[in-house]
Design a protein around this ligand. Structure first.
Ligand SMILES: C[S@@+](CC[C@H](N)C(=O)[O-])C[C@H]1O[C@@H](n2cnc3c(N)ncnc32)[C@H](O)[C@@H]1O
Ligand code: SF4
Length: 404
């Protein structure tokens, strides 16, 4: 009889006993650093990220100082660990000058051991684009730019309330590719009134730039946003599914691998920082509202820093930036791992579960059995990999791993 992932998880008693105690790590997961910059020129009507309209200049000098203090306070929790990736996200980090980003990266390098060749990404918005600024970021050590284009279509950009127009998007895309080479475009689909032909045309424009990486997000109506309160006329489910099919086949034909639900890359250009989230690696997040997940020999903790920039700055001055600090429960960690790993088209090796959670795979045996029985998970004991059906119904698949 063929062995399945669920069979492999049908663990000997010895391992089940281990599952009753806390996690055990043979080695800690890889560690990445996330830095949050919480300001934007204007709040977009669909956005529920921790971003705030910068009324006037964002206080970049005091904020960089706070980030450095934040990192210093966090050093004991990552002592002696190397960092393989830095991601400066937001908000709109490109509101900050190149000199501020230079100070920030120099301070990081002086305090944590960055691996040689570490990926250093900065999120930029075409509405804050200046060529010299991009060159300054590169000179400061940024080696990957993630550009929030969203669409190249003038009407759609207006409809989603972006501060930039199609011309600015094109100029920023040109400069980003010339200066960095390693560039991601963030694009969204299922925009108000968008047709399949329009979505395809938008993608054609993006592909003409040949960016190494593309993120394609389905525009969602998030609670606490203007679009949620006053929903725009969005394409129906059938049109949205047709857009997805068209996007997938165009990107496939153009040589992009669809490696995660919303991410496409040319071979070798997958985002290492985001892959670490999906593979349940560790990350320290500094800055207003930043999230961290850190493993220790006997526990995994999650932390959230104060969200409001003003409060964050006050709390940093008091040496207490954390708003939440909790140990991940044994009952939750299996679901958290699967929630991330199942987003990956190729899945992950089964052995990664124990490496990253500190528990044996038998912790999620019931979910595995059900997922395999429903055809949502491949029956391969060496892999945790969603089937094409599992990718299509990813939510249903992930829910199977929720604790009772
Ligand atoms: C945190 S934002 C930062 C990028 C930058 N601030 C910008 O918007 O240009 C990262 C990406 O998330 C996507 N995003 C934000 N809100 C979204 C929503 N409601 N639905 C789908 N994607 C969304 C956008 O593509 C955006 O570029
Ligand atoms: S620019 Fe980006 S982070 Fe800022 S409000 Fe718009 S989508 Fe959100």
């Amino acid at each position: 009889m063929a062995t399945t992932t669920a069979d492999a998880a049908r663990a000997p008693v010895r391992i089940d006993a281990a599952a009753l105690s806390g996690p055990r790590f043979a080695a800690l997961p890889p560690l990445a650093l996330y830095v949050h910059i919480p300001w934007c020129l204007r709040k977009c009507p669909y956005c529920d990220f921790n971003s705030h309209e910068a009324k006037g200049e964002a206080p970049e000098a005091s904020y960089v100082e706070a980030l450095v203090a934040d990192l210093e306070l966090a050093l004991p929790s990552i002592w002696s660990r190397r960092v393989f990736s830095v991601f400066i996200g937001g908000g709109t980090p490109s509101l900050f000058s190149a000199a501020a980003i230079d100070r920030l990266l120099a301070a990081i390098r002086a305090r944590v051991p960055l691996e040689p060749g570490a990926e250093v990404t900065l999120e930029a918005n075409p509405g804050t684009f200046e060529r010299e600024k991009f060159a300054g970021y590169r000179d400061a050590g940024v080696n990957r730019l993630s550009l929030g284009i969203q669409s190249f279509d003038p009407q759609h950009l207006k409809d989603i309330g972006r501060v930039h127009d199609a011309d600015e998007a094109r100029r920023a895309a040109d400069a980003a590719l010339a200066i960095f080479g390693n560039v991601n475009f963030d694009l969204m689909y299922a925009l108000p009134r968008q047709t399949v032909a329009e979505a395809e045309a938008d993608l054609e424009v993006a592909l003409a730039f040949s960016p190494p990486h593309l993120s394609f997000y389905h525009l969602t109506l998030e609670p606490n946003t203007l679009f949620h309160r006053y929903p725009p006329p969005l394409p129906d489910d059938e049109t949205t599914a047709d857009i997805e099919d068209a996007v997938h086949s165009k990107l496939d034909a153009a040589g992009y691998g669809h490696y995660e639900t919303s991410a496409y890359a040319r071979p070798g250009r997958e985002c290492r920082h985001n892959l670490n989230y999906w593979k349940f690696g560790d990350y320290l997040g500094i800055g207003a509202g930043a999230h961290s997940k850190l493993s220790f020999a006997d526990r995994v903790v999650r932390q959230v820093r104060h969200k409001q920039p003003k409060q964050y700055l006050e709390q940093i001055a008091l040496g207490a930036p954390l708003m939440e600090d909790s140990v991940v429960k044994r009952d939750d960690i299996g679901f958290e791992f699967m929630l991330n790993a199942l987003r990956l088209t190729e899945g992950v090796p089964s052995t990664l579960f124990a490496e990253r959670t500190g528990y044996p795979l038998s912790l999620v045996r019931r979910g595995l059995e059900e997922a395999e029985a429903r055809g949502l998970l491949e029956r391969d004991p060496s892999l945790l990999r969603p089937t094409p059906l599992g990718q299509r119904f990813l939510n249903d698949l992930q829910q199977l791993f929720l604790a009772d």
